[in-house]
Design a protein around this ligand. Sequence first.
Ligand SMILES: Cc1ncc(COP(=O)(O)O)c(C=O)c1O
Length: 353
Amino acid sequence: MRELLDAFRQVTETSAFAGGPFVARFETEFAAFCGTRHAVGVGSGTDALWLSLLALGVGPGDEVITVPNSFMATAEAISLCGARPVFVDTDERTYTMNPALLEAAITLHTQAILPVHLFGQVADMDPILAIANRHGLPVVEDACQAHGAEYKGRKAGSLGGVGCFSFYPGKNLGAFGEAGAITTNEPELRTKVQILRDHGQAKKYCHSMIGWNARMDGIQAAVLSVKLSRLAAANAARRAHAQLYDELLADEPRMVRPTVSENGTHVYHVYAVRVQDRDEVMQRMATRGVNCAVHYPVPIHLQEAYRFLGYGAGSFPVTERCAREFLSLPMYPELRPEQIRFVVDTLKESLRR
Ligand SMILES: Cc1ncc(COP(=O)(O)O)c(C=O)c1O
């Protein structure tokens, strides 16, 4: 707490509220953490996705391939560029983009591929990157739920051309408000996002592009620097909690536990099990004092806002089944083993006989 108060004091004393030295310091630290040459702080994860796509030249008439099993912002960022989201279904084990379905979705209009590292597990990037390279397409990682997750020894955000992160307060690395970042090894992309986040100006009042106000707050950057130093420990705590959930639920045949791919490490932003009659189970758990969540009850292709895309029920069977069955159990670093035992006992009592 003292470190956080010191961070507030330093920002206040220097009035470095919008952009500035605290943002620059956090960018250096976060790039080092992710193993990339650059990081650029922006206003949110949505900004990170949107500005990355804009910087890659995505615009009207283009298509960007992503998954319907994500938070709305993934598709929204594509739409904000004037492009069209094209969905492919997810893998039933990892809940991330199924690479076997990717190539068939590529058309002459495809401009980028946007896999999502859902729940804290990195998508199967090698086959995705191989297909992208074959077609000369950039890959933007939606790493908004995967701070510190690894794939074959490399961190989320360092695998594609760009990584996009959210520091929304509930994330594994959360600010005290809204914030986000992009990570990249490409100096040109970094510069372009730096210009776009600041009204398209590289020099004060000289606007070479039409951008936006998507700068990161100094206070958020200072808080994030303090919290970044504890991220590895917090992720390790989440993994230990997940292991205990796994052990206690191992003999429970009425549900599906999360699968960790042999390719990497999971950081359990969300610990989601799959159960039948999910809404009833969740309700019974709530009456016994355990509040769960659902990420996400309606897949993006079935949202009213995306009806115009023309997808319907049955378009993406894995995603739709998961949306009916997902139940996110409590997961945060401060959980105690007795709380996890209570959650598991309550879940077992609440499942259909
Ligand atoms: C997968 C995913 N993508 C994008 C976002 C958007 O991030 P933000 O809320 O910081 O704009 C989120 C955050 O909720 C997310 O979970």
